[in-house]
Design a protein around this ligand. Structure first.
Ligand code: MN
Length: 281
């Protein structure tokens, strides 16, 4: 059995931080469709003016941010004293949980900067746990090429050519799958995803045919799939895409900017804690 495409969302141009131009692929609308994922941003520019402002100090509470740099250099610094330079192919998986205040600033004044930031929700019982942060250098992220198709496994497990490949991040309660797939010519693949889990295919270069009915998904679009069966994808020369999957939380989502909780009262508390300087305590 194969999943069908049930919705197609086209990213829209916006800006965030101190004027960083990016495409919001999803986020805000129809949150249930994407559960446990909250938002996906794609930044990609050769123009320093589009990214140089970066993301000066700002808070988060209640979820995780996952930054995957394709090109460029970005420095993370947070209130815990963590510092991490993200560059070509590196990933940062940051669990804001109870609270983190950090900055994300470009370390270049010219050239290309591109990558993704995904927001992953936390279940109610984990929203107020201690923050946690890890930098994952590109060399520690498993890569395989099978039958001409390249896979980079950021999170989750994938059976590839008879081998169970474990991604850089495993063991989270939403059991995320995060894989970057590159096609070099016309090929079809089918990825197993646990029944009941949300599955998304975001094409960031070229185009792909996705799902049982081979729906065309163009660069800049994300396909939301039905919740049972494998994920069928046909790509061609130059197709690059992300497959994201995870267990839906099925809990209320109340978001106010960088705070994502379950009730309006918890959002008020987050705002108050931030004002009082105790968000991170
Ligand atoms: Mn941030």
């Amino acid at each position: 059995m194969k999943r069908e495409v049930v919705a197609l969302n086209t990213g829209r141009a916006t800006s965030d931080g101190a004027g960083v131009k990016l495409k919001r692929i999803f986020g805000g609308n129809n949150p249930r469709q994407f559960d446990p994922f909250l938002m996906l941003d794609h930044f990609s520019s050769d123009e320093a003016a589009d990214y140089i402002g970066g993301f000066p100090a700002h808070p988060h509470r209640g979820f995780e941010t996952v930054t995957y740099m394709l090109e460029g250099r970005m420095l993370h610094e947070d209130h815990l004293g963590n510092q991490g330079l993200l560059q070509n192919g590196d990933v940062q998986w940051m669990t804001a949980a109870r609270g983190i205040i950090h900055s994300e600033m470009p370390q270049q004044e010219e050239g290309r900067m591109s990558g993704f930031q995904l927001w992953v929700n936390l279940p109610a019982k984990e929203k107020m746990k201690d923050p946690y942060y890890r930098d994952i250098p590109a060399r520690d992220i498993p890569e395989r090429t099978v039958d001409g198709v390249y896979y980079k496994l950021v999170a989750g497990e994938l059976e590839l050519a008879g081998e169970t490949v474990r991604g850089a991040v495993v063991g989270l309660s939403i059991d995320p799958l995060y894989v970057d797939i590159h096609f070099s010519d016309d090929k079809s693949v089918e990825l197993p995803v646990a029944d009941g889990h949300t599955a998304l295919v975001f094409v960031y270069q070229g185009s792909a045919l996705v799902g049982e009915k081979a729906v065309v998904v163009e660069a800049g679009q994300v396909a939301v799939l039905s919740r049972e069966g494998g994920v069928q994808i046909t790509g061609g020369s130059g197709t690059r895409l992300l497959v994201l999957a995870g267990k839906p939380l099925n809990e209320p989502i109340v978001q106010y900017g960088p705070f994502v909780m379950n009730t309006p009262q918890e959002i008020d508390q987050a705002i108050q804690d931030y004002r009082d300087g105790v968000l991170t305590r």
